[in-house]
Design a protein. Structure first.
Length: 75
């Protein structure tokens, strides 16, 4: 027999589904509209120094930097 969720549990489930299901797709669509995928690589290389500065200031981490500009593209 299933028990009823409390309001707090229901809110948690809703927030979890929003963050893991809907939000990533919406962010990806917005990002692709703002930054054309065909030009993204050259844009990232152009802004490399700004990204390194953000990394030095600990605004972005090494793992985030690796995602933005992989050391070995295509692997």
């Amino acid at each position: 027999m299933a028990s009823r969720l409390t309001q707090e549990e229901e809110n948690y489930v809703r927030m979890s589904l929003l963050l893991t299901g809907i939000s990533p797709r919406a962010v990806r669509a917005l990002f692709d509209r703002e930054f054309a995928p065909a030009c993204l690589d050259s844009s990232m290389k152009k802004e490399y120094n700004k990204l390194k500065d953000l990394q030095k200031k600990r605004i972005i981490s090494q793992s985030q930097m690796n995602l933005l500009i992989p050391r070995f593209p295509g692997k």
